[in-house]
Design a protein around this ligand. Structure first.
Ligand SMILES: C[S@@+](CC[C@H](N)C(=O)[O-])C[C@H]1O[C@@H](n2cnc3c(N)ncnc32)[C@H](O)[C@@H]1O
Length: 276
């Protein structure tokens, strides 16, 4: 495991897991709900009624997708989940009945659930950590012919206001980043177009592709940390510059000069079908 992967696993285990389900601005939940709407549009509301379908969620986290799928549709699935964080998996196992879970690297998907193929594979907010071009052929390999891939992921067009702030002279003077930028910490695709191109090149037919731009609002620095640090959206960057340890003076300066502020994320929500 690389140092970066070990760092991300630790951040989910120790910082993010206890807070993840609060989803304070509803950004993750809204996108996963749209992914479920795309699935229902493609396959109807009642799937797996006679025999539940096998589904694999890569980067399953706390099991949000399976919980919401079961709560809002009549789909019956045999849920499988893979995640790098044992703590996220522990919560998912407590929350998702019958979850077959494994702790491991989604970037090495082929080596997990060996010999198993699924009717549905989901990757929701995991391609910030595992590069999409290497995940795509592995997802294909895990799907039965005609199987569905539900993709949800942030793009590099997300948080334009926070990006501009991170690049500003004020911020760089106050918080030296040793030359690293937001995109060095989170490796999202550029936009929804890039997602669909990668999927098509990997042997998928795109069934639905939508772009969400959910607003976010931070009344003050604490609200920002709640979302971006504890919530997981920018945890690697915040740790790298030490923002989470800001003392009273720094907080006061930030609250005076930087907050309140608003911004928006950009999220690609794509449903694709394995060709052949
Ligand atoms: C933003 S959360 C998304 C969780 C869930 N999919 C959801 O939509 O709520 C990202 C998840 O990816 C996991 N993760 C990060 N790097 C990973 C990797 N290399 N392999 C598998 N999971 C990884 C994290 O532990 C975390 O649970």
């Amino acid at each position: 495991m690389t140092t970066e992967a070990a760092r991300i696993r630790r951040q989910y285990d120790e910082v993010i897991a206890p807070h993840y389900d609060r989803d304070p601005q509803g950004v993750a939940g809204g996108a996963v709900d749209l992914a479920i709407e795309q699935l229902v549009e493609a396959r109807g509301d009642a799937v797996g009624i006679g025999e539940p379908i096998d589904a694999l969620d890569v980067g399953v986290g706390t099991g949000r997708f399976f919980r919401r799928l079961r709560a809002t549709t009549s789909w019956r699935v045999r849920p499988h989940g893979l995640d790098a964080s044992a703590e996220m998996i522990r919560i998912a196992e407590a929350e998702v009945e019958d979850l077959v879970a494994s702790v491991g690297d989604g970037g090495a998907l082929e080596s997990h659930f060996a010999g198993r193929r699924f009717e549905l594979v989901s990757t929701h907010f995991v391609t910030g950590y595992v590069p999409l071009p290497s995940v795509a052929p592995q997802v294909r390999g895990k799907l039965l012919p005609g199987g569905l891939w539900s993709f949800v992921g942030g793009t590099r067009r997300g948080f334009p206001g926070l990006r501009a702030l991170a690049e500003s002279r004020f911020f760089r003077l106050a918080f030296p980043t040793r030359g690293r930028r937001i995109d060095d910490h989170v490796i999202n695709p550029d936009d929804t177009g890039e997602v669909t191109r990668v999927l098509e090149a990997a042997g998928f037919e795109v069934v639905a592709a939508e772009t969400l731009r959910p607003p976010v609002a931070f009344r003050d620095f604490d609200r920002f940390l709640e979302f971006a640090y504890e919530g997981g959206w920018l945890t690697p960057l915040i740790e790298a510059v030490g923002l989470h340890r800001a003392g009273r003076l720094t907080r006061a300066v930030l609250n005076r000069n930087v907050f309140p502020r608003t911004d928006h994320h950009e999220i690609a929500v794509v449903l694709a079908r394995r060709n052949g």
